[in-house]
Design a protein around this ligand. Structure first.
Ligand code: COA
Ligand code: AMP
Length: 629
């Protein structure tokens, strides 16, 4: 079968295609059909089935003879720990944790927030929720208490599972005070918290609310897997939108199982038993789909790596991992390779290791720049596949289906549409443009299994954000084009989302924080180009009339404010004070033009600009920050 055969087979009979893929999943009750369109455009997949995610990801592999195979390899160069957990151990550990959660009242449909670093217990917590049909929401450790509080108020969790601390190369991240702070800030309060005490920091527990991860499980009955409906939410993952209120992407159980399982062979070309490493973090979608669920559902060995591509201890860490664990596929964000390349441009570390197990490198999360792709190809001697997707879709929209047919790589393109996705490039009026022309990238509805059916508590926002602009389509928020071979090119976001070191962030959310500073009258945050992180946020501040404070103090305060309110992951360190912001005559801030000035790219003077002279002031303000040159 070629890619074209498979894509055409899907296109001519989408329901038949997905029903066939559903055959790989162990159902408690099989679905009667694939697509449920009664509430279109809110589509659902395999809604009337009964199934359990944890059973498919863990128990069935034990029953089918993979019990002794490593399910999880944990390697933490930060703490010097290495550990492997077999499928049978994983089942026992997850069943015990689920039993303890159940004994404290967690049931199907209850929400549980997980706030943990890259340790196997984070995956165990996710799987324990799935075992009970509880809906987890993992919050990335780089977010501050306020961001956690926003998620607590939206998801209203019965319980929160956290670790005492996370470890960054240069510091201990004190999770427990962040958690306590978040619970204090939030209106909703969880019934209880479970704290995994790490050796590096033992946190103080609050009597009656906090339980120790180990003591809490003592003497409880292990829990069996609870079958849930196919359209029961498996999890909520919050992602950045245009405002400070993140979007709670909902993932339904059955479609998630079917789609992720399909991707493991067809996109990543791994067989059960192969070691698959997604070097990301469980707090992001890559972590959900490809550190936790995808590899485990498919019977692979997954890798939990607590470290960085450089500095833990050096730029050879990734190669050491590949050699030591026979890693077949590595999946990471281009920024990780830019970091390695910067430290080791000649690949001296690459030569020290045997990388013969590695069959391919997959990149996603941000634009893969040609230099990085070529460097990776040269150094590793394996295919480098860029692929494009989002938190909302949970798996590849456009990629190279290497397990079906490895298509020629065109550098700069994540390749072609995957089955399930009918990708169209639309003009402002919603009409498809010609090949080679730029437009909004949209996907014809229905989206395939495993993608978002709605936003948590916000179906209207779901429609407004994704469906209303182009009726009959899902609007991806990315702009790009297709060439006449059907290869897709992703050029830019159409909204205020930026991508910093593969982390999706909202400039709108940062503007809300800047605007809360008492001396700031008006502000704008833009994403400027950065050699390492792809983009960096940069803030412009207009101060209140009469404010005579030293600008450096105000800048330092807003930098701290963003770190405290959103978190270190925002990487907000650049800001400057200006007298005024460039606007259109109707008052819209010309952020796009400011980005072009900062990146020193050519731009057309906006016809509607109120006062062109402001653009010179903007360039002047950028020069001391190293931009606009
Ligand atoms: N918990 C707490 N803080 C965290 C964190 C976490 N899980 N992850 C990052 N941070 C902090 C960092 O310590 C840093 O803090 P600092 O300002 O005190 O230095 C800040 O957030 C910014 O982090 P980051 O943008 O990641 O920069 P970095 O300099 O620490 O690392 C890279 C740069 C490129 C090495 C790193 O981003 C990386 O490995 N990226 C891989 C890509 C990836 O995982 N993408 C996820 C989606 S696929
Ligand atoms: P996230 O939801 O965090 O995965 O971020 C999704 C967004 O990241 C997409 O909408 C794109 O803007 C960007 N993105 C992800 N993968 C790629 C890629 N391969 N090429 C270009 N941009 C990408």
């Amino acid at each position: 079968m070629t890619y074209k055969d498979v894509y055409d087979a899907w296109k001519s009979d989408p329901e038949g295609f997905w029903m066939e893929q559903a055959g790989a999943i162990a159902w408690d009750e099989k679905p009667s059909k694939a697509l449920f369109d009664e509430n279109a455009p809110n589509y659902e997949w395999f809604a009337d089935a009964k199934v359990n995610t944890c059973y498919n990801a863990v128990d069935r592999h034990v029953e089918q003879g993979r019990g002794e195979q490593a399910a999880i390899i944990y390697d933490s160069p930060i703490t010097g720990t290495k550990r492997q957990i077999s499928y049978v151990e994983l089942r026992n550990r997850v069943a015990s944790l689920a039993g303890a959660l159940r004994a404290k009242g967690v049931e199907k449909g209850d929400r549980v927030i997980i706030y943990m670093p890259m340790i196997p217990e984070a995956l165990e917590a996710m799987l324990a929720c799935a075992r009970l049909g509880a809906i987890h929401s993992v919050v990335f450790g780089g977010f501050a208490a306020n961001e956690l509080a926003v998620r607590i108020d939206d998801a209203k969790p019965k319980a929160i599972i956290a670790a005492s601390c996370g470890l960054e190369p240069n510091r201990v991240v004190h999770y427990k005070p962040l958690l306590d702070g978040a619970i204090e800030l939030s209106d909703h309060k969880p019934d209880f918290c479970v704290i995994f005490q790490r050796e590096q920091e033992v946190a103080e527990l609050i009597e009656g609310r906090d339980y120790n991860w180990h003591g809490f499980q003592y003497g409880v009955e292990p829990a069996e897997c609870v079958p849930v409906e196919g359209n029961h939410p498996a999890y909520i993952l919050y992602t950045s939108g245009t405002t400070g209120q993140p979007k709670g992407v909902v993932r339904h159980t059955a479609g998630h199982l079917v789609a992720l399982n399909w991707t493991m062979k067809n996109i990543y070309n791994v067989d059960p038993g192969d070691v698959f490493w997604a070097a990301s973090d469980v707090g992001w979608i890559v972590g959900h789909s490809y550190i936790c669920y995808g590899p485990l559902i498919h019977g692979n060995t997954t890798v939990v790596f607590e470290g960085k591509p450089v500095g833990t201890p050096d730029a050879g860490t990734f190669w050491r991992m590949i050699q030591e664990y026979n890693i077949r596929v590595l999946f990471t964000a281009p920024t990780a390779f830019r970091a390695i390349k910067r430290e080791d441009p000649k690949g001296e570390y690459v030569k020290k290791y045997d990388l013969s197990s590695l069959k391919a490198l997959y990149l996603a999360g941000e634009r893969a720049d040609p230099d990085t792709i070529i460097w990776a190809q040269d150094q590793l001697g394996v295919p480098v596949y860029d692929h494009w997707w989002q938190t909302e879709t949970g798996w590849t929209i456009a990629g190279n289906p290497a397990g079906i047919e490895a298509l020629p790589v065109k550098i700069g393109s994540p390749t072609v549409a995957m089955p399930g996705y009918d990708i169209q490039i639309l003009d402002d009026a919603g009409h498809p443009v010609k090949d080679g022309e730029l437009g909004a990238i949209a996907v014809k509805l229905p989206l395939p299994p495993g993608t978002l059916p709605t936003l948590w508590n916000a179906n209207d926002r779901f429609h407004k954000s994704y469906l209303n602009n182009f009726p009959g389509y899902y609007e991806t928020g990315d702009a790009g084009m297709k060439d006449d071979d059907g290869y897709l090119y992703i050029m830019a976001r159409t909204d205020d989302v930026i991508n910093v070191a593969g982390h999706r962030l909202s400039t709108g959310a940062m503007e809300e924080v800047l605007a809360s500073h008492p001396d700031v009258a008006e502000c704008a945050v833009i994403g400027v180009s950065d050699q390492l992180k792809g983009q960096l946020p940069l803030g412009f501040l207009c101060l209140n009339a009469g404010c005579t404070r030293d600008h450096r103090d105000v800048v330092a305060e807003v930098v701290k404010l963003v770190r405290d309110q959103i978190g270190p992951v925002a990487a907000f360190k650049l800001a400057t004070v200006v007298d005024r912001l460039p606007k259109t005559r109707s008052g819209k801030i010309l952020r796009g033009t400011m980005v072009k000035i900062a990146d020193n790219e050519e731009f057309k003077m906006p016809a509607t600009i109120d006062d062109p002279a402001i653009l010179d002031e903007i360039r002047e303000a950028l020069l001391p920050l190293g931009y606009g040159k």
